[in-house]
Design a protein around this ligand. Structure first.
Ligand code: ATR
Length: 275
């Protein structure tokens, strides 16, 4: 029987993951099928068990199931442990293992595909929810000069920053309006869910300067995201959205399952050539 993989989410119909993994499988000569399964939050554990019973080998997990996937796992890799959430599941000798490839996906897109360095840069992470939480550890491993986490609800940013203190990189936290008091950042990452409503988070203009690289962890295929437009209008040096992060996190999941890291460049280019 062909090895089965899937992404579970809600909603999930528009997920690009089946296309991405089919392209990886073709490229690496691996035989597998990969589908998208819409699962309601209350049905998650049962859906995973059913998938396994039907011969499933591994899963990607997206909103809103990443914390549930983490909780369900019987063994957790350090990247999942650190994020408190999992986006990749598979079975090893019957044991359900969880990892989180979002952070490494972001870092590979920034430093590899885009050629933006993080080392020595002042980095602003906007948002303190699940998406932000998943990327702080891998960002700090790149040794930025400083990381500031800003969130609409300040308390959430403070709590997230506290979890990552003492790693040799100053990590600070605050709200959104007070960003007006800081000099423009080298790298600004949008990890808020504001883009779901096609909005940019309400940031002061001072966040962006002529040297600022602005990255939206969300993407839209046919047009720029609201945050990308916002940063471009304020004269950012370069802007990018999260399509590359999506492809890179998928490649790392594929490696965990299949033992081979696919070449992401042709797949990313086939989804949407970057200008
Ligand atoms: P996710 O897993 O996508 O991060 P989440 O955990 O609900 O989802 O977190 C959403 C993040 O986007 C939070 O940082 C949220 O800010 P709050 O913690 O204050 O809720 C942020 N967010 C969502 N909509 C926003 C908006 N319109 N402006 C600014 N921040 C927003």
């Amino acid at each position: 029987m062909t090895d089965r993989y899937a992404v579970m989410g809600h909603p999930v119909a528009h997920s690009l993951s089946p296309r991405i993994h089919a392209a990886f499988a073709r490229q690496t000569g691996q035989e597998l099928v990969y589908e998208a399964i819409d699962v309601l939050p209350e049905d998650f554990a049962e859906a995973v068990a059913r998938f396994r019973a039907e011969g499933g080998r591994g899963l990607n997990v997206t909103v809103p199931h990443k914390e549930a996937a983490f909780a369900l796992a019987e063994r957790r890799r350090s990247r999942a442990e650190e994020a408190g959430a999992a986006n990749t599941l598979w079975w090893e000798e019957g044991v359900l293992v969880a990892d989180n490839t979002d952070g490494v996906g972001l870092v590979r897109d920034l430093t590899g595909n885009l050629g933006w360095s993080i080392q020595g840069r002042r980095v602003l992470l906007v948002g303190a929810g699940g998406a932000a939480q998943g990327v702080v550890g891998p960002l700090l491993e790149q040794h930025p000069a400083a990381l500031h986490i800003a969130n609409r609800t300040v308390e959430r940013a403070v709590r997230l920053a506290a979890r990552f203190s003492g790693r040799g990189v100053p990590v600070s936290a605050g709200g959104l309006p007070e960003l007006a008091d800081f000099p423009a950042w080298d790298l600004v990452l949008n990890a808020t869910a504001a883009g779901l409503r096609n909005e940019a988070p309400p940031l002061p203009d001072a966040v962006v300067g002529a040297h600022t690289l602005a990255y939206d962890m969300m993407y839209r295929l046919e047009e720029s995201t609201a945050f990308v437009r916002w940063a471009r209008e304020r004269g950012a040096q370069a802007v990018a959205d999260g399509l590359g992060m999506l492809v890179e996190q998928a490649a790392e999941a594929f490696r965990l399952w299949r033992g081979v890291l696919p070449d992401t460049a042709p797949v990313l280019a086939s989804l949407r050539p970057r200008k």
